[in-house]
Design a binder for this molecule. Structure first.
Ligand SMILES: NC(=O)C1=CN([C@@H]2O[C@H](COP(=O)(O)OP(=O)(O)OC[C@H]3O[C@@H](n4cnc5c(N)ncnc54)[C@H](O)[C@@H]3O)[C@@H](O)[C@H]2O)C=CC1
Ligand SMILES: O=C(O)/C=C/C=C(\O)C(=O)O
Length: 490
């Protein structure tokens, strides 16, 4: 292993253009999920530190040049951030693989480029925005979209740099200043965003990064701080509820992208040559730690045996191993706590009389990975769509296949969930594709594909999968205040 991988880093806060230490000298450890080795000592932001960050961000917003500089200048600096991310992409991908346990190749080829694109996309998109004009007989109204102020961006551990920049891009393009808090288990790549912003010429105080935990720690200090105007959050549904409650006293604007339990519906006329490999990705990409995962596979009974045979063979072909190895398809799950949660579903599945089709135990691995949080890609068959493994977000490499007979039954199972982030449909019948897409209650429906993203499109969840939408003008609306100006023409 290279020195970049094995060294233990000290990760500091980034406030007002400088790396600073925790004011209470509180540090916590971060471990490599593939080996349990300590990889970082991270400074935890106290209430005072969050206050410092909020003051710096407020000062940069009110009195700094950021929100008033020419739009092209602001957007050029954001695009420069994107370029720096690409210039540092191998380093960032190594860190993401080390911290999250995701395959290096996936981070390098997919997530880090997407992180850069999140920034450059919103810089370009912002520059293309027009306005609204409402003429009256003797008056004319026109609208301006002005930045809201100081934004708190709280992100999860599954796609750290990608999900943080997905919020940071529109936040900065609209002229806000930001305080970012990555998840405590995966702070490494996001901890570099402050210095990347500074190198790109973004003024001090505009991008601040704090580290720490959620309730009773940094996350809560942010959601209750009066100088933070809005919170954009991605993570668990119950955390979204806590943030909403904590943000109520200061009337924060909130946007939440929360959990999911997507139905991946495979009709008998599906092209299995396409459906199987994509469904494998949808089930096991990032060890199933994706809110968009197709974790409930609804298969029409007429093709069930064929599907099971091919799906099982494809799962068995996945290479589970060292995330840093370029041939690895699947690494460990992110942490001990999460491993315990995910593997508890093996017992639950057994108690619910689910049929184990594949996996269900630790894979055989080289000795140095023996302490890693590994689970084989695991497939269950379950006839009862109300079983816990069919209803709860496991967020790990466990997928459940649920048979159905008719289209109506498939729809009813697909919608019988508290979540509604996305759905997936496999059919060669165009009218059925549209019919099902209209009836599944979820924010994104992918037909004969999965995780295809156009950043202009709305992204977010129905029901308990979210509040608000991200993407294109939806993101910009969240990060701006609309102002109407009415001019008397006489
Ligand atoms: N995108 C998604 O849908 C994700 C869902 N999850 C689900 O959530 C479960 C727990 O994972 P966690 O990382 O613990 O997710 P989480 O929702 O608790 O954490 C996400 C972020 O929110 C922060 N946070 C937690 N509590 C907070 C609070 N009260 N106030 C402010 N910030 C707070 C965390 O420090 C982290 O930065 C997973 O097992 C998985 O089921 C986890 C990550 C992403
Ligand atoms: O493509 C995106 O913007 C987001 C993808 C995935 C998540 O939000 C998630 O897994 O949390």
């Amino acid at each position: 292993m290279t020195e970049t991988i094995t060294k233990v880093r000290e990760v500091k806060l980034f406030i007002n253009g400088k790396y600073v230490e925790s004011s209470a000298n509180q540090l916590f450890e971060v471990k490599n999920p593939a080996t349990q080795e300590v990889i970082a000592h991270v400074h935890e932001a106290t209430a005072d530190d969050v206050d410092q960050a909020a003051r710096a961000a407020r000062e940069a917003f009110e009195n700094g040049p950021w929100r008033t500089m020419p739009l092209s200048e602001r957007c050029n600096k954001i695009r420069r951030m994107a370029e720096i991310i690409i210039e540092r992409k191998e380093e960032l991908a190594r860190l993401e693989a080390l911290d999250v346990g995701k395959p290096y190749t996936v981070a390098l080829e997919r997530e880090i480029p997407r992180a850069a694109h999140n920034l450059s996309f919103f810089a370009d998109f912002m520059e293309q925005q027009g306005g609204e004009v409402y003429p009256m007989e003797d008056y004319i109204n026109y609208t301006r979209y002005e930045p809201v102020g100081v934004a708190g961006l709280i992100t999860p551990w599954n796609l750290p740099l990608m999900l943080t920049t997905w919020k940071l891009g529109p936040c900065l393009a609209a002229g806000n200043t930001a305080i970012i808090k990555p998840a405590e288990v995966t702070p490494l790549t996001v901890s570099l965003l402050g210095e990347i912003a500074k190198e790109a010429g973004i003024p001090d105080g505009v991008v601040n990064v704090v580290h720490g935990f959620g309730g009773g720690s940094t996350g809560e200090y942010m959601t209750t701080h009066p100088e933070i105007d809005l919170i954009s959050f991605t993570g668990e549904t119950s955390t979204g509820k806590a943030i909403m409650k904590n943000g109520a006293d200061t009337l924060k604007k909130v946007s939440f992208e929360l959990g999911g339990k997507a139905a991946n519906i495979i009709f008998e006329d599906a092209d299995l040559n396409k459906a199987i490999p994509v469904s494998i990705q949808a089930a096991f990409m990032n060890s199933g730690q994706v809110c968009l995962a197709g974790s409930r596979i609804l298969v029409q009974r007429t093709i069930l045996d064929k599907f099971l045979e091919q799906f099982k063979a494809a799962a068995a072909a996945l290479v589970v191993g060292d995330p840093q190895n370029p041939t690895t398809n699947m690494g460990p799950v992110v942490s001990k706590e999460h491993y315990e949660k995910v593997t508890s579903y093996l017992d639950i599945a057994r108690e619910e009389n689910s049929t184990l089709i594949y996996g269900g135990k630790r894979p055989e691995l080289p000795d140095y990975l023996n302490t890693g949080y590994y689970l084989e890609p695991t497939i269950y068959l379950q006839e009862n769509p109300n079983a816990r493994i069919c209803q709860e977000e496991i967020f790990g490499p466990i997928v459940t296949i649920i048979p159905f007979d008719t289209e109506e039954e498939a729809l009813s199972i697909a919608n019988a969930t508290d979540y509604g982030l996305n759905g997936i449909v496999w059919t060669e019948n165009l009218t059925r594709a549209h019919r099902i897409s209209h009836k599944v209650r979820a924010g994104t429906i992918w037909v004969n594909c999965w995780f295809v993203r156009d950043l202009r499109a709305p992204f977010g969840g129905f029901k308990k999968s979210g509040v608000g939408r991200e993407g294109g003008h939806h993101s910009l609306e969240f990060f701006t205040e609309a102002k109407n100006i009415c001019i008397n023409l006489n």
